[in-house]
Structures are given as C-alpha cells and as structure tokens.
Design a protein around this ligand. Structure first.
Ligand SMILES: N[C@@H](CCC(=O)N[C@@H](CS)C(=O)NCC(=O)O)C(=O)O
Length: 210
C-alpha cells in the first residue's frame, strides 16, 4: 500500500490527501512532527534528501517528494491531468506559479503567524511576503475573471495545488473578500464530489468508500 508522510498543518501535505480522496485511492498516512525536526532525521533524509514532507512512498519502496510532483504522478491517466499537450502545459504553468509566486508568500506568512514564534528576521520579512501573496491572489483573480478553472476546462491538479493554501490564506493575514472570483472558485472546488477538508487529517490507513 502507498504511504504518505505528511503533517496535519501542511497545505503541501493536504494536496495529495485531497487528490487521493478524489481518486478514491487507499493509502497509509504517517504524521511527521515537522516542528520538532521529524523530517530531518537520517531515516527521513534517506527518503527525501530535502528533509520536507510530503513524501509518497510507493509500493516498490520508491519515494517521491515535492507535492506537485506527487499530484502529477497520481493524476496521470485520470481526469485531473488532461491528455492534451497544451492543457498539460497550462496545468504545469499554474503549478509552477503556485510554487514560485504563491506558496513561498501565502504558506510562509501563514506558517509564521500560526505555527511558530517569529524571529526578528521573519517579523521584518512578513510585510513583503504578504505583499507577494496579495500579488499572487490578484493574478488568480484576473485569470478567474474569464475561466472557471486553472489548467483546463474542468478541475485539474493545478486547482488542487492552488486550493491548498488559498483556502487558508486568511490564517496568513490575507482578506479573501478582496478577491470575489477567487472566493467563488474556492466554493467550486469545495463543492466537487469527493472533496475532503484539510482538517481533521485522517489517521493510519485511509480506505475511502467507493
Ligand atoms: N516544495 C515543497 C515544499 C515542502 C515543504 O515546505 N514542506 C514543509 C511543510 S509545508 C516541511 O516539511 N517543513 C519541515 C522542514 O523544513 O523541516 C513541496 O511542495 O512539497
């Protein structure tokens, strides 16, 4: 059975959890205490030399890290990853945007405000991370002004990737009421059959009902 090394606070961990629920796939979920260095042990670094969750351990023992790479792998051959080359490239476009312009600002601001005692350096950087997060939300708002989804004509892994930290952006000090198209898209994602919330994260073996 596949095993997902995860943390219940993490939007990056929630991405594969959400997709696995949509795909009705069974897996074992292992909680890693990332705030206490659980992803930096020699055992964990042997699975992901970058020392971060999520990691998906496949049945043959291969370990796959990076949330969006995990989404891509799991979604292959399903409606969450289009077959058309241009639709695939557009899906990737938004997944790279998520990792470069969105997550480093919105997820990091949320993490600093919610999960740790901020250092002086983090406190000094917070306003620029929040400005970067607002810029990313404005990009999403513009796109959603003329398209219901990010990668294609239906929901894809780009939407899964972007949903994870956008729906909890309020915890990073972002006011989502400034972004009505984003708010409507969040509701669209949450209304899809198979959707599961970020909390509570399931424990142990997850066997979704078909
Ligand atoms: N780009 C990576 C980021 C992963 C990441 O930042 N994981 C965080 C939790 S959200 C983590 O494991 N932090 C623990 C640490 O850095 O020790 C992805 O998308 O999977």
């Amino acid at each position: 059975m596949m095993r997902l090394y995860d943390n219940h606070l993490s939007g990056n961990g929630y991405k594969p959890r959400l997709l696995l629920a949509h795909l009705v796939r069974s897996y074992e979920r292992v909680e890693i205490d990332i705030l206490k260095g659980g992803s930096r042990t020699p055992e964990f670094l042997a699975m992901n030399p970058n020392g971060r969750i999520p990691v998906l351990r496949l049945e043959d023992g291969t370990c796959l890290a990076e949330s969006n790479a995990i989404l891509w792998y799991l979604a292959e051959g399903t409606p969450f990853l289009p077959a058309d080359p241009l639709a695939r490239a557009l899906t990737l476009q938004w997944m790279f945007f998520e990792q470069y312009s969105h997550e480093p600002n919105i997820a990091v601001a949320r993490h600093w405000l919610r999960h740790v005692e901020m250092t002086e350096a983090q406190r000094a950087q917070l306003p620029s991370r929040q400005a970067g997060g607002r810029a990313a939300l404005a990009v999403m708002e513009r796109h959603l002004g003329h398209r219901p989804w990010f990668g294609a004509a239906a929901m894809t892994v780009a939407d899964v990737a972007l949903y994870a930290y956008t729906h909890v952006a309020g915890e990073g000090g972002f006011d989502l009421s400034d972004y009505p198209n984003v708010t409507a898209w969040l509701a669209r994602v949450a209304a899809q059959p198979g959707h599961v919330p970020m909390h509570p994260a399931p424990e142990g073996v997850v066997s979704p009902r078909v």
